[in-house]
Design a protein around this ligand. Structure first.
Ligand code: NDP
Ligand code: 2IT
Length: 446
């Protein structure tokens, strides 16, 4: 990296200590921007990157709530409003005990580039809480969501900041959050996405991230004359994203042989299909955080404490969480003949893992490109809410498919234009950056 970029990275590290995931996300983007900043000194003199690594606004708040036994708990709530150059802040809410400021800043930073790639007018944000939904009753989750929204409501709005789901936040939580927002504001607007179908939600939104990621993998494989049909896939996670990916892989004739959870992974050589896909929904709603039940139910092998990357497959789709695939895993995948790694989660591969894929020249897409279908469909939900007209499932799915093809094309063309043909990381970072940077230049020093 140039001295200029190294200086920015050092300053980010000094100013934001103890936020390793944020440093990692900034470093990955900075490495991609070398050529852009050489060719475009106007971005340097306007200090665009220096401005982009500083959130426009960070909101942190107390979330007190009472459990079913009458005991009081206090969690911490966050919303990072990272960049609004191209639209209202947009991005999910994560409820997981690992949530802290640095993790949400990395996610908000990634979201800015991802949303820019979708072609829709959305800025970037992320939020959440260190609340652990594991083992909580519906009533406890409701009281928590109501308390969380009692503060968040004053900072968001359909034209200001539009949160959605992420890890630990699905249809149930969005419902409770929306109910409380409506009550406090006395307004029925598209302030959240991922809503229920009867009250403003979009068809295909639950499936969209996984569907979009598989459409992206299909486009990547096409560049090498290959297809999803007949390929075996290792998928990690068993949540919303993994579920959507498994459905679409099956529809396109591929076979998924693994799923994983914090407890380990399952290997199902016959493929996760049919009733087994529906069982994934049961696993999630059991709130047990374990994938082992799948192995017990369908009599397949379970590997406790292990990740699925040692299984010989054609395509790997990490769909669980950040840094779940490291250098050693990457080498194993490459040695086993894996031809494509398509990220469904946000930053699931470490920087060292990415370098292994880069050197091996296998197809590798960063989450900000390949998982953008979720937020893109959130953007389509916002459009439907503004029009007060719902679209049919086919219409949403076709638009999602077109958007993913366009993101793929943009990554390929941009990577080539900036001297890194075939590198989807460079393509995604540079294309995402250019649109936001130009909007920031247009709008002056704000
Ligand atoms: P879910 O809560 O539905 O599922 C998350 C999965 O990852 C679960 O299997 C979960 O297990 C596992 N997981 C979470 N944290 C950890 C951890 N620290 N260690 C091991 N496993 C973990 O979330 P989603 O499917 O929505 O999200 C998965 C990934 O996709 C995340 O990276 C998210 O940011 C990303 N994403 C989500 C989008 C969406 O629309 N939902 C859009 C784009 C990206 P458990 O909860 O049991 O720990
Ligand atoms: O990481 C993501 O893109 C999401 N969790 C979805 C965000 C959204 O606003 O739909």
């Amino acid at each position: 990296m140039s001295d200029y970029l190294n200086k920015i990275l050092s300053e980010v590290k000094a100013k934001n200590p103890a936020e390793p995931e944020f440093h990692q996300a900034v470093q990955e983007v900075a490495e991609s921007l070398e050529v852009v900043l050489e060719r475009h000194p106007e971005y340097r003199s306007a200090k665009i990157l220096e401005r982009m690594v500083e959130p426009e606004r960070v909101i942190m708040f107390r979330v007190p709530w009472m459990d079913d036994q009458g005991e009081i708990h206090v969690n911490r709530g966050f919303r990072i409003e990272m960049n609004s150059a191209i639209g209202p802040y947009k991005g999910g809410l994560r409820f997981h005990p690992s949530v802290n400021l640095g993790i949400l800043k990395f996610l908000a930073f990634e979201q800015v580039f991802k949303n820019s790639l979708t072609t829709l007018p959305m800025g970037g944000g992320k939020g959440g809480s260190d609340f652990d939904p594991k083992g909580k009753s519906d009533n406890e989750v409701m009281r928590f969501c109501q308390s969380f929204m009692s503060e968040l409501y004053r900072h968001i709005g359909a034209d200001t900041d539009v949160p959605a789901g992420d890890i630990g936040v699905g249809a149930r939580e969005i419902g409770f959050l929306f109910g409380q927002y409506k009550k406090l504001k006395n307004e029925f607007t598209g302030v959240l996405t991922g809503k229920g179908l009867n009250w403003g939600g979009s068809l295909i939104r639950p499936e969209a991230t996984g569907f979009g990621a598989v459409y992206f993998a299909q486009e990547m494989l096409k560049t090498r004359g290959q297809d999803v049909e007949g390929k075996t896939f290792a998928v990690s996670g068993f949540g919303n994203v993994a579920w959507g990916a498994v459905i679409k892989i099956n529809q396109l004739g591929g076979k998924v042989v693994t799923l994983s959870g914090p407890d380990g992974f399952i290997y199902d050589p016959d493929g996760v299909k049919g009733e087994k896909v529906d069982y994934m929904l049961k696993l999630r709603s059991s709130a047990k955080d374990a994938v082992k039940d799948y192995a017990d139910e369908f009599k397949v092998e379970f590997f406790p404490g292990k990740r699925p990357w040692g299984v010989k497959v054609d395509v790997a789709m990490p769909c669980a969480t950040q840094n779940e695939l490291d250098e050693k895993d990457a080498k194993t995948l490459v040695d086993n003949g894996c031809v494509c790694v398509c990220e469904g989660a946000n930053m699931p591969t470490t920087l060292e893992g990415y370098r292994v894929f880069e050197n091996a020249k296998i197809l590798y897409s960063p989450g900000k490109a390949s998982n953008a279908g979720g937020v893109a469909t959130s953007g389509l939900e916002m459009s439907q809410n503004s029009m007060r007209l719902p679209w049919a499932a086919d219409e949403v799915d076709n638009r999602l498919h077109e958007i993913m093809k366009r993101i793929h094309e943009t990554c390929v063309v941009t990577a080539e234009r900036f001297g890194s043909p075939g590198n989807y990381v460079v393509g995604a970072n540079v294309a995402g950056f250019l649109k936001v940077a130009d909007a920031m230049l247009d709008q002056g020093l704000v």
